[in-house]
Design a protein around this ligand. Structure first.
Ligand code: EPU
Length: 337
């Protein structure tokens, strides 16, 4: 375990905001958790950072920051059809996806190029292109801050929902995720029906795509639509797609026939927040050197000299304008610190 003092978090958040952390403890092995417990670190509030890709830093952090860096991809079981893997929370998510794609293990290829680390993927049940990570997670290993013990949450105990889990809602901040276990498929038919995947494959003349073809297609689509955090600071979708009643959706559709909706069940639909924001003219908007990405209205960007407070100010203005126009409350997908 490493301990650092008075460090900038600039390279540890994908928005690239330069805030100071008074103390950082870098966890390299899960047993470091017991050391932190004996030091009394868990008796008071702490912050946990893994990839820093779903995080808006608005001020310096005086309380201890724990950086999750434990690694390892281990096969725990293998059958003719499946491979079971235990993966350290500090592994880079995209590197893990590529590790699996190269071995032709299917199930997470549609989640290629999502920034962040493996330990964060269950917290908000990351999803893209018709796939959610909950469909491949068998269990999540956590450290219980109060008892100094490791525990296992089976998939159904994680209470996964759209961009949500028990670790983000009911039991927020009680546990630190140390490892995630996945079940991937050896004989897998990739899912290509969502969004532009089929179109992208057709462009390349591919009719029977492999797992790698789909991973490459998703990577290309993401690169064309979403800014690379290395070049332009951002945290992917800043807002969640709101879920509204079908009654409200039908009413809105009469006034706004172009509204983009995704069916969920008989009573509810998910609304494309990007469409709501875009229709209000926010796309490409800039103020105080922060703004709304010109190709995807859900993505807020740091143009270089902005601050987390400026992003928060802009995000609230967008929230208000959507609420006034459509009567829909947009929730933030990112964590605000
Ligand atoms: N749209 C607009 N304006 C825009 C962008 C999109 O009107 O600026 C419309 C599109 O025409 C489309 C609809 O909104 O009909 C949905 O757009 P898109 O398919 O790009 O997906 P999204 O709902 O905006 C979600 C995820 C993304 C994920 C994509 C692809 C959320 C909050 N976001 O975006 O996830 O990559 O689907 O599956 O669910 C992330 O969570 O950080 C993220 C990038």
């Amino acid at each position: 375990m490493n301990k650092l003092e008075n460090q900038s978090l600039k390279s540890l958040n994908t928005f690239g905001f330069d805030v100071n952390a008074a103390q950082i403890f870098e966890v390299q092995e899960v047993s470091d958790m017991h050391k932190l417990y004996s030091m009394g670190l868990f008796n008071n509030p702490i912050r946990v950072i893994s990839g820093g890709s779903n995080l808006l830093l608005t001020q310096d952090i005086e309380i201890p920051v724990i950086l999750i860096r434990n690694k390892g991809i281990i096969i725990t079981q293998e059958t003719n059809d499946h491979v079971f893997l235990k993966v350290g929370a500090g592994e880079n998510w995209h590197d893990f996806v590529i590790h699996c794609v190269e071995r032709n293990w299917g199930g997470i290829e549609n989640l290629s190029l999502i920034p962040g680390c493996v330990g964060a993927c269950p917290i908000q049940n990351i999803g893209a292109y018709g796939t959610e990570v909950k469909d491949t997670i068998t269990s999540v290993e956590v450290f219980n801050r109060a008892t100094n013990e490791f525990e296992t949450f089976q998939n159904h105990e994680c209470k996964f929902e759209y961009r949500d889990s028990i670790f983000k809602s009911q039991r927020k901040d009680e546990y630190i995720i140390t490892d995630v276990e996945f079940k991937l498929h050896k004989n897998w038919t990739p899912k290509t029906s969502y969004g532009d995947i089929n179109q992208q494959l057709a462009k390349q003349g591919i009719s029977s795509p492999t797992i790698k073809d789909v991973s490459d297609a998703v990577t290309e689509i993401r690169k064309s639509k979403l800014p690379d955090p290395v070049e332009i600071g951002n945290s992917g979708s800043f807002f969640k797609n709101p879920i509204i009643s079908k009654t409200l959706a039908d009413k809105l559709l009469q006034e706004y026939p172009a509204l983009k909706l995704f069916p969920i069940n008989e009573q509810e639909v998910k609304v494309a927040a990007a469409w709501l924001i875009d229709s209000l003219g926010w796309k490409g908007h800039t103020e105080n050197d922060v703004g709304v990405h010109e190709k995807q209205a859900l993505v807020l960007i740091n143009k270089g000299n902005g601050s987390g407070k400026d992003i928060l100010h802009l995000a609230r203005k967008i929230q208000d304008s959507v609420n006034v126009k459509f009567g829909i409350k947009l929730d933030f997908e990112v964590n605000i610190w």
